[in-house]
Write a protein that binds this ligand. Structure first.
Ligand code: G3D
Ligand code: MG
Length: 219
């Protein structure tokens, strides 16, 4: 009887926990985004916006009314990207952060037209290859992917619609786009916090939607 009551109690007091992986090139704004999310969902924290290049990982768990999100910010430098795949099989959603000031509007137009990328100014080609690599990995199959066009507060940013049409759609619909999955492109400015709540809301709805194929951990 004790065990029955204990398991009923534990069931009633526990919540689902989902792991979210923040990916993207170095300097895209992943750590800033994590700090904004932490500040937004706790009552007395101010975001620590003085980020330094991430070596290793930052992790934070935020508490929402009906679930926990455990968010992993793993370094985006080239040398650290090899570590990403060890997180794929246990994550419930991926957030891929793009620096909208470092992909070049003219470069996107060239990519959309199928031209070569020889004279790019930004990191569009690197960003495309890295995103393709994430989508192609079999451990990310079926995982919802949110693409965040970050730094939309800057005047020199490329608009979200251009990133969506010229880069993301091309990658997702290309032969290296991987399996069919839930995906969305949203604008955001991690530094000011604009778009952060919308991003978290999208993630929550999609991990719940996908929970039969990627069940949460109960905490
Ligand atoms: P990373 O973790 O993806 O490597 P960081 O990136 O979060 O460390 O951010 C890299 C730089 O981009 C930081 O500037 C940070 O302030 C800036 N940044 C991040 N998000 C935004 C944004 O939405 N808008 C603007 N304008 N800047 C942003 P520094 O100068 O510290 O290198
Ligand atoms: Mg970082």
């Amino acid at each position: 009887m004790y065990h029955l009551f204990k398991s009923i109690y534990l069931h009633a007091t526990s919540k689902e926990e989902y792991s979210i992986l923040l990916l993207g090139l170095d300097n895209a704004g992943k750590t800033t985004l994590l700090e904004q999310i932490k500040a937004h969902y706790s009552t007395h924290a101010h975001p620590n916006l003085k980020t330094v290049p991430t070596v290793g990982q930052n992790v934070a768990t935020i508490t929402l009314p009906d679930l926990y999100l455990k968010i992993w910010d793993v370094g985006g430098q080239h040398s650290l990207r090899g570590l990403w795949q060890s997180y794929y099989s246990s994550c419930h959603a991926i957030v891929f952060v793009i620096d909208s000031t470092d992909v070049g509007d003219a470069d996107i137009a060239r990519l959309a037209a199928g031209a070569s990328s020889a004279d790019e100014e930004g990191r569009l080609e690197e960003c495309r290859l890295v995103l393709e690599d994430v989508l192609q990995n079999q451990d990310t199959e079926g995982v919802p992917v949110l693409i965040l066009a970050n730094k939309q507060d800057r005047e020199d940013c490329v608009e979200v619609v251009r990133i969506k049409e010229g880069l993301v759609r091309k990658v997702f619909e290309g032969e290296k786009g991987g399996s069919v999955r839930d995906s969305r492109v949203l604008p955001c400015a991690a530094l000011t916090g604009t778009g952060v709540q919308e991003a978290v809301e999208w993630i929550c709805s999609r991990v719940k939607w996908n929970k039969e194929s990627r069940p949460p951990v109960m905490r």
